[in-house]
Design a protein around this ligand. Structure first.
Ligand code: AP5
Length: 218
């Protein structure tokens, strides 16, 4: 099964991907995570793309598409399928993804649009905390860790992402509205688009997504 997760920053793509990937048995590929790993490793690419992420802009299409192409080539033979999270984010990336998949004999089955309102995503992003060690996601109010600042899963330290400050969040939302939202129509035209209300609690969103994937609702 091949799934694309669409939604504004803070809609809950990473949280929900984490909640359903094991059940589905697919590879979860988050371009945000891949990009942050390059930056953390201090690679040549990482140094070049850091400024885009820190300013709330998008990393150039060709850099991100190359990352995705590499991941798909590495794993396509196991036929597990994919859940793409945060990719595609521009019309060019959407076309490129179709091409990368076609080159491996694959095609997207579902584009799941997690629709969330502005006040909800602002509240979620400003309160988000992430485990430095295992990447688990928390929220100060919505999903707090049992012990403040400590990951429930691995006891790693929780931190606030550098781009989760108010100014950068606003820029990310503008970029999302300008460059990413239009690709919703790309998947609508392909009759692959399904929309879920992502303003509700994570368990309700999880159930709605699973229902769609089971073909019970569109
Ligand atoms: P990326 O990491 O992809 O960030 P994003 O799209 O802005 O999405 P987020 O990770 O902020 O939000 P999310 O929807 O995953 O929400 P989450 O589950 O964490 O990208 C970062 C940057 O990298 C970009 O700005 C860009 O520079 C670059 N980049 C990445 N991909 C790129 C691409 N394809 N092309 C070019 N550049 C790219 O949840 C948020 C919070 O809410 C958490 O605290 C969580 O606990 C809480 N929460 C989640 N769901 C619920 C719920 N249902 N109820 C209550 N709380 C919830």
């Amino acid at each position: 099964m091949i799934i694309v997760l669409l939604g504004a920053p803070g809609a809950g793509k990473g949280t929900l991907a984490g909640a359903i990937k094991d059940q589905l048995g697919v590879h979860h590929i988050s371009t945000g995570d891949l990009i942050r790993a390059e930056i953390k490793a201090g690679s040549v690419i990482g140094l070049e793309i850091k400024r885009y992420v820190e300013s709330g802009g998008l990393v150039p299409d060709e850099v991100v598409t190359r990352m995705i192409e590499g991941k798909v080539k590495e794993t396509a033979a196991d036929k597990k399928g994919y859940m793409f999270d945060g990719f595609p984010r521009t019309s060019a990336q959407a076309s490129d993804l179709d091409k990368v998949l076609a080159a491996n004999g694959l095609v997207i089955d579902f584009a799941l649009y997690m629709e969330a309102s502005l006040n909800v995503v602002l509240q979620r992003l400003t309160g988000r905390r992430v485990c430095r060690k295992c990447g688990a996601l928390y929220h100060l109010k919505n999903m707090p860790s049992r012990k403040e600042g400590v990951c429930d899963v691995c006891t790693g330290e929780l931190y606030q992402r550098a781009d989760d400050n108010e100014e950068t969040i606003k820029k990310r939302i503008v970029v999302y509205n300008d460059q990413t939202k239009p690709i919703i129509d790309f998947y609508k035209l392909q009759e692959k688009l399904h929309t879920v209300n992502a303003d509700t609690g994570a368990e309700d969103v999880r159930k709605a997504l699973i229902q769609i994937l089971n073909g019970k609702k569109s």
